[in-house]
Design a protein around this ligand. Structure first.
Ligand code: HEC
Length: 152
C-alpha cells in the first residue's frame, strides 16, 4: 500500500475510535440514574377523583356521617371519599378495609393526624374541633361506602 492509502486508512481508524468514545460517553450520561424516575404513563390531574365510588342509599348514622365527612374531611379526601389527585387518598380503597384499618384508625387519624406512609401526599394534620360522636358517624358512612364498593 502506498502512503496515501495508509493515511486514509489511518484517518478512518481514528475517526472510528472517536465515534466509539463519543457514543459510549453519550449513552453513559443518559444512563446515569435517570431510569429511577419512572415516566408517568398517565397524566394525573390535580383534584380529580382517584376512585370510582358507588353511593348506596344512606340512612341513620351513615347519613349523618356523610354530612360530617363533607364538612371536615371531603376538602382533602374528596366527594364520596373518592380521594383527590395531588391532595389525599380515597378512603374507599382496599388499604382502609376494616381488617387493615380498623375503626380506631379513623379516630386516631382525626384526633392526632397521620404521618404519611401509604402515599405521597404528605401528612394529614389533626382535624380541629371534631367530636367522638362525629367521627363515629363518619366511620359508619365510610364503611357503608366501602361495603357498597366491595371493600370489606
Ligand atoms: C388536610 C387534608 C386532610 C384532611 C382535612 C383529612 N385528611 Fe385524612 N388523610 C390525609 C392524607 C394526605 C392521608 C394519607 C396519609 C398517608 O400517606 O398514609 C390521610 C389518611 C387518612 C386515614 C388513614 C390513616 C392511617 O392510619 O393510615 C384516615 C382513616 C383518614 N385520613 C381519615 C380522615 C377523616 C375521617 C377526616 C375528616 C375527619 C380526614 N381524614 C381529613 C389528608 C387529610
Amino acid at each position: 500500500m502506498n502512503m496515501k492509502t495508509g493515511l486514509i486508512i489511518g484517518l478512518a481508524v481514528l475517526a472510528g475510535a472517536g465515534l466509539y468514545v463519543f457514543t459510549r460517553s453519550n449513552s453513559d450520561s443518559a444512563g446515569s440514574g435517570r431510569q429511577d424516575v419512572a415516566a408517568p404513563t398517565q397524566q394525573a390531574v390535580a383534584g380529580e377523583a382517584m376512585a370510582e365510588v358507588k353511593v348506596p342509599a344512606l340512612e341513620g348514622a351513615a347519613l349523618m356521617g356523610e354530612r360530617a365527612f363533607n364538612a371536615k374531611c371531603a376538602s382533602c379526601h374528596g366527594k364520596n371519599a373518592a380521594g383527590q389527585q395531588g391532595v389525599a387518598p380515597p378512603l374507599v380503597h382496599k388499604y382502609y378495609r376494616p381488617g387493615h384499618h380498623g375503626d380506631a384508625a379513623f379516630f386516631m387519624a382525626a384526633r392526632n393526624g397521620v404521618r404519611s406512609h401509604h402515599w405521597r401526599f404528605g401528612d394529614m394534620p389533626p382535624v380541629k374541633g371534631i367530636t367522638e360522636a362525629e367521627i363515629k358517624t363518619i366511620v359508619a358512612y365510610v364503611r357503608a361506602l366501602q361495603k357498597e364498593n366491595g371493600i370489606y
